[in-house]
Design a protein around this ligand. Structure first.
Ligand code: ARG
Length: 453
């Protein structure tokens, strides 16, 4: 390692190979466009405040524009002596602009620079995640429309609970994911605050004006305290939490996709090209995408934890520890991006043909049939409990009940109450807003389509 002109002045020897291998960062290369944008904003501010004259400002902006073009065309190359992405861009600007390039870092430190870059990057990534979520929600909505009036049991405690449209079940996942999209957007409200102009930690003797660089970044808020600006990473751990919550939702959906395709459930089949076979058991068709999504959620949840752990013992302000935030958050972000896509592919291929629910799922409907006529719900619940016990003792289902069976438990039952013992009829009678009725599903589909296009 020879040319480390960025900070080599006080060093007699260059860095050892082991130091370099251990400390240099490559993961941050994905922030290359963000680093250039941050530098353009900084130079724009240096020019507007008169800290740099028009000629130097212009030279720097043109060099940065050229670097941006090299990046876009895939021509940008990293040198072995580039400690990180910031060093790489500055080195290239100096190569292109000559000594004036050395003015790029005026009033700036890599400490405010890296915080800026990461904020810019996560803002972009958040928009991408929202797009991925909307695409998956579109798949869920499409399937919900496709399955029409198919009825399944809802479950509580893994026991068949109430009859609901399968579409209602599918859309439940859509709403959870839409809240994740909302959380990504909310997080951007705190991510998009510029730390540029905070310098190394205490500001600068140059009259830096963060409002100008903030505007150049397209944002409208900047730091209030330079130490907080370079030390804080709560915007990263917040993004990490949103990733973890989204992945937990995906994992929960994955778990159901796995269950649904078991012989025991028999709800869903997935296409051959999104399932895998067993090397031993020829009959198997495994939902590996869903299993890996569930498994990988462990890594994303761990990342959320790791981002907090990274911060908890750090005194103010910048420590190199903070370089690790990128390794952690980028890996988790990639997993969520890929999982949204893969689960979407698996679900798109699904064909649903679930068996009808057992008639026991209508027990609550039977109680409600009494309750709507003014019988206190607690008495109605008891009466149906008595019917359930009597039928079970005879080895009969609730759907086998006769009016005599009902009246034996409570004489306020009427013949028309027998109709609700059909799960399909129970769904048709569902009235509550947002409940498992076909009207509710239609309203949800309309609302979701207006959200995701
Ligand atoms: N690569 C570093 C990081 O990711 C950039 C900041 C380096 N600053 C410093 N003073 N060494 O955090």
């Amino acid at each position: 390692m020879s040319d480390h002109s960025l900070w080599g002045g006080r060093f007699e020897s260059g860095p050892s190979e082991v130091l370099w291998r251990y400390t240099a960062s490559e993961i941050d290369r994905r922030m290359l466009p963000d680093d250039i944008r941050g530098s353009v904003a900084h130079v724009t501010m240096l020019g507007a405040t008169g800290i740099l004259d028009a000629s130097d400002t212009d030279t720097l902006l043109r060099a940065l524009e050229q670097v941006a073009q090299e990046v876009e065309r895939g021509h940008f190359t990293f040198a072995e002596t580039d400690e990180d992405v910031h060093t790489a861009v500055e080195r290239r600007v100096i190569e292109l602009a000559g000594p004036v390039g050395g003015k790029l870092h005026t009033g700036r430190s890599r400490n405010d620079q890296v915080a800026t870059d990461l904020r810019l990057h996560l803002e972009r990534q958040a928009a991408d995640r929202v797009g991925g979520i909307h695409a998956l929600v579109g798949v869920l909505a499409g399937k919900a429309a496709e399955v029409g009036d198919t009825i399944v049991p809802s479950f509580t405690h893994h026991q068949q609970a109430q009859a609901v449209p399968l579409a209602h079940h599918l859309l439940a996942h859509a709403w959870a994911l839409l809240r994740d999209a909302e959380r990504f957007e909310d997080a951007v409200g705190r991510i998009a605050r510029s730390p540029l102009g905070a310098g190394a930690s205490g500001g600068s003797m140059f009259p830096l004006d963060p409002a100008i660089s903030t505007k150049a970044l397209g944002w409208d808020r900047h730091f209030e305290n330079s130490m907080d600006a370079v030390a804080s990473r709560d915007f990263v751990s917040e993004y990490g939490f949103v990733l973890a919550q989204c992945m937990a939702h995906l994992s929960r959906l994955a778990e159901e996709l796995i269950l649904w395709t078991t012989t025991e459930f028999g709800w869903a089949m997935y296409a051959d090209d999104v399932t895998t076979g067993s090397s031993a058991m020829p009959q198997k068709k495994n939902p590996d995408i869903a299993e890996l999504a569930r498994g990988r959620s462990a890594r994303v949840i761990a990342a959320s934890n790791a981002l907090l752990t990274l911060q908890k013992g750090l005194s103010l302000t910048y420590f190199r520890d903070l370089q690790e935030d990128k390794e952690i958050v980028f890996a988790a972000d990639d997993l969520v991006r890929d999982t949204l896509e893969a689960i979407g592919a698996l679900l798109s291929s699904a064909t649903f043909d679930p068996p009808p629910p057992s008639s026991w799922v209508t027990a609550l409907d039977l109680a409600e049939a009494l309750a709507v006529r003014g019988v206190p719900f607690r008495e109605a619940h008891h009466a149906v409990g008595v019917v359930v016990a009597a039928l079970s003792a005879d080895g009969r289902d609730l759907g086998d009940a006769t009016l005599d069976d009902l009246i034996a438990a409570d004489e306020r039952f009427e013949a028309s109450d027998l109709e609700v013992l059909d799960p399909a009829e129970s769904v048709r009678r569902r009235r509550s807003i947002g409940g498992g009725s076909f009207e509710s599903v239609a309203a949800q589909l309309e609302a979701i389509r207006s959200l995701v296009g």
